[in-house]
Design a protein around this ligand. Structure first.
Ligand SMILES: N[C@@H](CCC(=O)N[C@@H](CS)C(=O)NCC(=O)O)C(=O)O
Length: 123
C-alpha cells in the first residue's frame, strides 16, 4: 500500500515538476560581477529537498526566477543527506534551507519562509 502511495506521489510530483519546467519563464539577469557576488554568497546555503515534493518545486521555481543556483541535497531514503537533515534540523521535512553563517548553522523550514528569506537577501 505504501508503495502505491509513493508511486502516486512521485508520479504527481513528476507531472508538477514537468509543468513547472515548461512554464517557469525567464530568470533574473544580473551583470557578470553581480552574479558572481551572489554565487559567492550562495556557497553558505544548501537546500535539502525531494525532487517531486510540491513545496520543493515551489521553492526551486522561486530560486530559478531569482537566478539563485543553490546547492541541492536530495533526502530520499538511503541518502546520507537525510540523516544530515535529521541531525541538524531535527526533522526530515522538506524543503529546508541550511544557512551557514559565521560558524553558526540555521535550518529554515517552510517554503514560504525560505522564499521570503531569499527575496529579502538577494532581490
Ligand atoms: N508547509 C510546508 C509543507 C512541507 C511538507 O509538507 N513537505 C512534505 C514533503 S512534500 C514533507 O516533508 N513531509 C514530511 C513531514 O511533514 O514530516 C512547506 O510549505 O514547506
Amino acid at each position: 500500500m505504501s508503495l502505491i502511495i509513493t508511486l502516486v506521489r512521485n508520479l504527481l510530483g513528476g507531472i508538477i515538476a514537468f509543468f513547472d519546467l515548461i512554464t517557469r519563464g525567464f530568470k533574473l539577469k544580473r551583470t557578470a560581477e553581480a552574479q558572481q557576488q551572489v554565487e559567492n554568497d550562495l556557497e553558505s546555503l544548501t537546500l535539502y529537498q525531494f525532487f517531486a515534493c510540491p513545496f520543493c518545486i515551489k521553492t526551486r521555481r522561486a530560486m530559478y526566477k531569482m537566478n539563485l543556483p543553490i546547492l541541492k541535497r536530495n533526502v530520499s531514503k538511503g541518502s546520507p543527506y537525510r540523516e544530515e537533515l535529521m541531525q541538524g534540523g531535527g526533522k526530515v521535512k522538506t524543503p529546508c534551507l541550511r544557512i551557514d553563517s559565521a560558524g553558526e548553522t540555521t535550518w529554515l523550514y517552510e517554503s514560504s519562509e525560505i522564499i521570503t528569506y531569499l527575496q529579502q537577501r538577494f532581490n
